[in-house]
Design a binder for this molecule. Structure first.
Ligand code: BGC
Length: 362
């Protein structure tokens, strides 16, 4: 009896062993199947988190007020896509606090590189610090960020922009009363333009061949300031022989005031950007010149720099410029002075605007 009981116990034990063995086998087989089926996806997802297959560019714009900035945005997005990059873009609408918040937003979107057009050359530096803390490289696009650890500054040579304006005016009006309409004081390009035209004109100003009758900033590049400055001088009975307006918006304001006194076309006015309305004024004869800056060249250069920064390849800057914090690798493109005589061979030839757009005004 005892023997029988014991042998039953042995049989039960060996059955349990078998069940346990089969259960373990099934468990193992399931684990192996799951591993084979799902592992490639798991590892792919991990790779995406660690190493994005697509580079994501954050483009933080200070403004879209001027026509040119739409070109910058559209061309940059299109050309970046051609290179397989993604672009997240934002526009701070000339608001410094907004620009900082927008950079934070871009960082939350896991951008790999930041391209920034500062609204104010200093006030956005805390945003740059945030990006740098995360190891994100920063390109200062068209406008310089001062006192900040930016990696690259890429722009048109803004000193030359000022020089071109001054040279054009000097050729046309070698002596007389000059008015200087500067852009926003928080845009460092304005300081460079100012330096550029003073370099050309100072000796003539010292000789009193040229009288500087007004030199003022136009906040946020608003044409209303330009209009008021010129209008007030004319109302005071002052004679104006030339107006150095720092961009085409300011030129428009100045020309509006001149035209109200029937002086449009007889007082030479400069500009910058080759806006369509400025090009039309040039061929019509109410604006002397504009400084043309081919945006697609700036974009190509910027994306070449993005390529290099992403791949950690060495850069070959045209110069080094001290921004108050460090010597920044700087890439400058030469701007082009455009008037009636060369507009066909520059702006129109490049298809920046078509012949119809420039010559056939509605
Ligand atoms: C740019 C000009 C532009 C101006 C106003 C400057 O920083 O260089 O092209 O007209 O800003 O937006």
């Amino acid at each position: 009896m005892n023997h029988i009981y014991r042998s039953k116990k042995v049989v039960k034990k060996s059955r349990m062993k078998k069940v346990f063995f089969i259960f373990t086998l099934i468990l193992f087989a399931t684990a192996v199947t799951i591993f084979i089926v799902y592992w490639p996806n798991i590892s792919k997802n991990e790779q995406q988190v660690l190493k994005p297959s697509k580079v994501r560019i954050g483009f933080a714009m200070g403004t879209l007020k001027e026509e040119r900035w739409f070109k910058d945005r559209d061309i940059l997005i299109a050309k970046a896509h051609e290179r397989g990059y993604e672009v997240e873009w934002v526009n701070a609408n000339e608001n410094d606090v907004e620009q900082i918040n927008q950079v934070k937003y871009l960082l939350s979107k896991n951008i790999n590189i930041l391209i920034i057009v500062p609204n104010n050359y200093e006030k956005c530096s805390s945003a740059i610090n945030l990006a740098k803390k995360r190891g994100i490289k920063v390109i200062s696009y068209d406008r310089l960020v001062k006192n900040s650890d930016i990696d690259v500054y890429v722009s048109f040579n803004n000193y030359k922009v000022g020089e071109l304006m001054a040279k054009w005016l000097l050729k046309t009006v070698p002596r007389g009363n000059y008015v200087f309409l500067l852009g926003d004081p928080g845009d460092y390009n304005v300081q460079m333009i100012k330096e550029g035209y003073h370099k050309v004109l100072d000796s003539f100003i010292q000789k009193k061949q040229i009288n500087n009758i007004l030199e003022k900033y136009c906040y946020n590049w608003r044409k209303e300031y330009a209009y008021n400055y010129v209008n007030n001088l004319l109302e005071e009975g002052k004679r104006i022989d030339a107006v150095l307006a720092s961009n085409d918006s300011l030129a428009e304001g100045a020309i509006m005031a001149l035209s109200e006194k029937r002086l449009a076309g007889s007082v030479p006015v400069t500009g910058q950007d080759a806006d369509i309305s400025a090009c039309q004024r040039i061929v019509k004869g109410t604006q002397l010149m504009t400084v043309y800056k081919p945006i697609d060249k700036l974009v190509d250069l910027t994306l070449d720099i993005v390529d290099k920064l992403i791949k950690n390849k060495p850069l070959k800057p045209t110069s080094m410029l001290n921004n108050g914090y460090k010597n920044v690798p700087t890439f400058f493109i030469d701007p082009i002075g455009v008037d009636k005589s060369n507009i066909n061979d520059t702006v129109i030839k490049d298809n920046f605007h078509t012949w119809d757009e420039v010559y056939i005004t509605k």
